[in-house]
Design a protein around this ligand. Structure first.
Ligand code: HEM
Length: 330
């Protein structure tokens, strides 16, 4: 997943050691977040003195990050200039858009520090969330073989006529995905049952509001129990059960009619909701559909003998499986 995000971000297929270097550096920053946040959260000036050593560590990590990411940005800037000179086409990468972006109010382009920060956010926000969601979905499919079988049959009926697994190793393609509504239902059910984030990012009340008799003062930091919303028994029948059919129109296989953005009503919000909803929710859905379709199309997934799939949770950057999925393939 990280290789894919690096490719999307910098538009270049980097060598494995270089990708590992970026991944380690990003992991250190993300996993160290809890250690460093105290410095900046309360009285930053005093925090920098009290937590002097941590502050030094953080500065060192940021220096390392700039040393790694700035050359990639500059290489991309040069590649873009050269390609344009020769009239060649270049696949658009995230960093290209950042380089072209002009801030409308300030009438300036982003500076290199801002681009580094945005690339860093892109790499961190898009990797663990998607890979954790994928692991939870696969775990639920291993735990529920009849659902896995049904999904396999649905994929086969959508792509099977033109592809034979025996003679053709081709993947299920992006254009095939929309022909498999049950696949979308499986992904949505996975995000409802085991969302990678049980909370969204902290928000602030822009003005004083009253909610169910409670007054929330202006500027209060607020969050939403996004994971719990999807498990509310008043909204979802047997919420702990993994039942993709609940997302199919009238329980049939005709299609899925569900608004994941919550613009009409919020029954779950794995990507948040409103103006600050995850900007990549459509991309994440596409990648999850693509990966799950191909993993199920090419392999049969079974629990390791005597090993019941354990859906206990553990809080890391995302809410991950406490006991990671163990499975064997046919
Ligand atoms: C299954 C996968 C994903 C899930 C469940 C997910 C979930 C979320 C959630 C809950 C938020 C916070 C929304 C809020 O505070 O209201 C968020 C924000 C964000 N996500 Fe995702 N996300 C996923 C994939 C991705 C991917 C693939 C990318 C980029 C490649 C991405 C980039 C971001 C960014 C940049 C933000 C911050 C937006 C802001 O500050 O306003 N996410 N995501």
């Amino acid at each position: 997943m990280f290789c894919l995000r690096v490719l999307m971000c910098f538009g270049d297929k980097l060598e494995e050691p270089q990708i590992k270097q970026i991944e380690n550096m990003q992991n250190n920053l993300v996993l160290g977040f809890r250690r460093y946040k105290h410095i900046l959260k309360f009285f930053p000036r005093v925090g920098k003195i009290i937590f002097r050593n941590r502050w030094k560590e953080l500065i060192e990590l940021q220096r390392e990050q700039r040393n790694i990411i700035i050359p990639l940005i500059e290489a991309r800037r040069r590649a873009k200039e050269q390609k344009t000179e020769h009239g060649d086409e270049l696949v658009v990468a995230y960093v290209d858009m950042l380089l072209n972006l002009e801030l409308p109010e300030e009438k300036r382009n982003l500076n290199v520090g801002e681009i580094v920060a945005l690339c860093s956010e892109f790499l961190s926000a898009g990797t663990d969330t998607t890979s954790t969601a994928l692991q939870w979905i696969m775990a639920n499919l291993v735990k529920n073989p009849s659902i896995q079988e049904k999904l396999y049959r649905e994929i086969a009926s959508a792509v099977g006529e033109k592809q034979s697994k025996v003679t053709d190793e081709e993947a299920v393609k992006e254009e095939d995905l929309q022909k498999i509504p049950y696949l979308k239902a499986v992904i949505l059910e996975g995000l409802r049952r085991n969302p990678p984030g049980h909370f969204v990012l902290p928000h602030t009340a822009a003005e004083e509001v009253e909610l169910n008799g409670y007054v929330i003062p202006k500027d209060t930091a607020i969050n939403f129990m996004a994971g719990e919303i999807g498990l509310d028994p008043n909204v979802w029948e047997d919420p702990k059960e993994f039942r993709p059919e609940r997302f199919l129109v009238e329980g049939s296989d005709k299609g899925v009619d569900f608004d994941i953005t919550g613009s009409k009503e919020i029954k779950m919000m794995p990507f948040g909701a409103g103006r600050r909803i995850c900007p990549a929710f459509a991309l994440a859905m596409l990648h999850l559909e693509y990966f799950v379709a191909n993993l199920i199309w090419h392999f049969q997934w079974n629990p390791v003998e005597g090993d019941d799939v354990d859906l206990s949770e553990k809080q890391e950057f995302a809410t991950v499986m406490k006991n990671p999925l163990r499975s064997y393939l046919f």
